[in-house]
Write a protein that binds this ligand. Structure first.
Ligand code: FRU
Length: 503
């Protein structure tokens, strides 16, 4: 269902997308990762599989390479690797989403893709000033559904901003919905609780307002019998303050041996500071194991240790969904918002910015850690295997898949501009850029492993690397910009197997 504004917007988007497809994405255009046709992409949204087809929607701002009013772009695939961009079906064309069709999720039922998202509205005060934290913003939860994934029903507000708890700021968003075994729907929403009191200095205050040093990130859990009428079931947070805002929450339930499901709370907290947080990315994305159940409302849950999903430079706002074959698949934005030290200037110069990660299949290691493995469909892209000896330098296409089983220290060098160094003594993997041209401002990130590193897998696309250690117990992802053509790869410390990938 569309209105006159939506129809005009759709024409504008189609014109921009078509003009962009004439120009292409340049040397850094990705081959098997989802990227925007033009302009800016951020979070994955509405991930699902319906009738064999995978649908990946994404936050899309086609008119400006540095972002703007968001809509949902849409890509489809039958194998998680070959993606077709098919348009932008959810546009900011209603009073309740006029400043952005923000992030949300989907559930497939009876052949319908049922979607919940956040309608973003900015409200200026009488002087035209936006207090985006405490009063100048609406964030209604909106329901919409589709049979083909492209044509959607009339949008319907199912929770208005007034319906959220009163002690929250205006930052409430990113519904992630699921249905439990009893057929009841649940949804988590990311939120920022207002804490009044003396000023607490924080490096985030300048950008996020005075309360960024005090406010508390939390998750609202709602329940429903029909996905339309929602009631608050519980509010989830950590005993100690853990950042001021939790974005893009998700509740992941994996079947476990013995029938007791294992659960994790995923979210992207903003405002972590001190110690390792000051050495890392501006915002984090991670998960905590959950003992008990967050939907209970009686506090009968406990959160375990927070682990980063990915210790690399470019990973934020991931979303998980269950494929028709039961696999739990995680896809993330391979980017970082508001990061002051690095960027993607080489693709910005070409009129586009950001991409999503590979689909990663989640399993558990039994100790509260989730393992991430590239979806097996990637293997179908592999050409003939080469077996570089320990220390041998080989030239490869930028699209490659390298695997190794190290037994101790190793150093992997890629494109003479980036190294991955593992030292067994402290079980630390360091990803370090040694060439400014390919780094676009990136410097160094570290992952400390729980166990000695015994498996390494690196998947390269034209301008990204995703590094999986110990079967994906730790992952480091980064965008990088090697000189076009071939890249040289050298692993010292182990032999390896190297495939080039083609799509
Ligand atoms: C996370 C996020 C979400 C929001 C969306 C807007 O990157 O800020 O919280 O819904 O992006 O594009």
């Amino acid at each position: 269902m569309s209105n006159a504004l939506g129809r005009d917007l759709a024409k504008l988007v189609a014109a921009v997308d078509a003009a962009a497809s004439e120009c292409g994405h340049g040397a850094y255009g990705q081959h098997f990762h989802i990227m925007p046709p033009a302009g800016w992409l951020n979070d994955p949204n509405g991930l699902c599989q319906a009738d064999g087809v995978f649908h990946a929607y994404f936050q899309y701002a086609p008119f400006d390479v540095n972002g703007g009013v968001k809509m949902w772009g849409h890509a489809t695939s039958r194998d998680l690797m070959n993606w077709d961009y098919v348009g932008a079906p959810l546009l900011p064309d209603e009073p309740f989403d006029c400043h952005g069709v923000y992030s949300g999720s989907a559930l497939v039922e009876d052949g319908r893709i049922r979607v919940l998202y956040t309608g973003n509205v900015k409200l200026p005060d009488a002087d035209g000033v936006f207090d985006y934290v405490n009063s100048g913003r609406r964030a209604d939860t909106v329901y919409v559904e589709s049979v083909d994934g492209q044509t959607f029903s009339q949008k319907r507000v199912v929770l208005a901003s007034e319906d959220y708890p009163e002690d929250l700021t205006c930052h409430v968003r990113d519904p992630k919905v699921w249905r439990d075994d009893d057929g009841r729907y649940h949804m988590v929403l990311g939120a920022r609780r207002r804490v009044d009191g003396p000023h607490v200095e924080s490096r985030f205050c300048a950008m996020h307002g005075e309360g960024a040093g005090r406010d508390v990130g939390e998750i609202l859990v709602y329940g429903s019998a029909d996905m339309l009428s929602w009631e608050l079931e519980s509010r989830v947070s950590t005993p100690e303050r853990f950042g001021f805002m939790w974005e893009c929450p998700g509740y992941i339930e994996l079947e476990a041996d013995g029938g007791v499901p294992a659960r994790w709370l995923s979210f992207s907290p903003q405002g972590l500071e001190g110690g390792r947080w000051d050495r890392g990315n501006v915002y984090a994305a991670g998960y905590m194991p959950v003992t008990g159940d967050i939907t209970g409302g009686d506090g009968a849950y406990e959160l375990g240790e927070f682990r980063l999903w990915d210790a690399g430079f470019d990973f934020y706002a991931p979303q998980e969904f269950t494929a028709e074959d039961g696999r739990h698949i995680l896809i993330s934005w391979m980017g970082m918002p508001d990061e002051p030290t690095y960027d993607n200037a080489p693709t910005v110069a070409c009129g586009w910015q950001h991409c999503l990660t590979l689909p990663r299949v989640l399993t558990q290691d039994g100790n509260g850690c989730l393992l991430q493995a590239p979806a097996a469909e990637l293997n179908a892209l592999r050409g003939e295997a080469r077996q570089p000896a320990d220390g041998e330098t080989v030239e490869t296409d930028p699209c490659f898949d390298l695997t190794a089983s190290p037994a101790g220290d190793f150093v992997l060098t890629i494109a003479n501009g980036l190294t991955l160094t593992y030292t067994e003594a402290d079980r630390t993997c360091t990803l370090r850029f040694t060439d400014a041209a390919i780094a676009a401002g990136r410097t160094e990130r570290k992952a400390v492993l729980d166990a000695p590193c015994r498996s390494l897998r690196v998947v390269g696309d034209a301008s990204s690397l995703e590094i999986f250690l110990n079967d994906g117990a730790a992952v480091l992802s980064t965008r990088y910009y090697p000189a076009a053509g071939k890249v040289a790869v050298q692993l010292c410390g182990a032999g390896s197997t190297l495939y080039s990938l083609s799509i």
